[in-house]
Design a protein around this ligand. Structure first.
Ligand code: ZN
Length: 251
């Protein structure tokens, strides 16, 4: 039983880094992007909403983006068994960090310590001005949209506002990236969960961990480019296999 073996590895690990992708949040009703039922698979035009250049150049696209943000399933989503299993892993003293590609904040809402969650693709709970870099809460800006501003501008500089997430064509946050690399290099077991491992630098973190001597375990429904490198690959549903693994750890 692969899961039994992975459970035994977890039980002897004291610095687990979890690398999580969209697959962790699909059980909470948030669709992934590249899966068979993914947002971009069903509607390639939706990818334009996440492309920086198109967003900056096209006011109509920005108005659409604000409407989509208002309707985002994350606002009403609740954390699932996969999120909760990682909270348990932290309580058992085994978790070094969660590096997540998700922007939905569900790890923190499940109870994971915010200081251990590294959001390499940013967060949809904040808004950033593309002009001055100023930040405000998403709630405040969505209130302006609801009050009749279809494409609110920065109140300080008049610049274009965007959710504080990383779009295509946009540089990643350097501090988050460094923290993620440290978390991959410093762990004794990397648990890649619900991520297709096709987007860099998240994918490269698997190589960093393996190169530092950590065990690599991939939990994902479909194959990834790193399955051959991994010490174990689990295909079972995340919401079932993750709680089962964490239960084998004990405290
Ligand atoms: Zn500004």
């Amino acid at each position: 039983m692969t899961a039994q073996r992975v459970g035994a590895w977890l039980a002897e690990s004291w610095a687990v880094t979890a690398l999580t992708g969209a697959g962790v949040s699909t059980d909470s009703g948030i669709p992934d992007f590249r899966g068979p039922d993914g947002v971009w698979t069903r509607d390639p035009q939706a990818a334009r909403l996440s492309t920086l250049q198109a967003y900056v150049e096209d006011p109509a696209l920005r108005r659409l983006a604000w409407q989509r943000r208002r309707e985002h399933p994350a606002w009403s989503a609740v954390p699932n068994a996969g999120h909760r299993a990682l909270v348990e892993l932290e309580r058992a003293g085994r978790l070094l960090a969660i590096v997540t590609q998700n922007i939905d904040g569900l790890h923190q809402r499940a109870g994971s310590s915010p200081e251990r969650v590294i959001e390499i693709h940013g967060t949809m709970y904040e808004v950033e001005c593309l002009g001055c870099g100023g930040r405000t809460t998403m709630r405040e800006v969505l209130d302006r949209v609801a009050a009749g501003e279809p494409d609110p501008a920065c109140r300080d500089c008049g610049g274009i506002l965007k959710s504080a997430t990383i779009s295509f064509g946009q540089a990643m946050d350097g501090a988050s990236l460094r923290a993620a690399i440290d978390a991959a290099a410093g762990c004794d077991l990397l648990l890649a969960i619900g991520t297709s491992l096709t987007v860099h630098p998240a994918a490269a973190l698997v190589e960093v961990a393996a190169g530092s001597g950590a065990r690599v375990v991939i939990v994902n429904a479909s194959p990834t480019p790193y399955d051959d490198l991994a010490d174990a690959v689990l295909r079972e549903p995340i919401g079932e296999v993750l709680p089962a693994l964490v239960q084998l750890v004990g405290t």
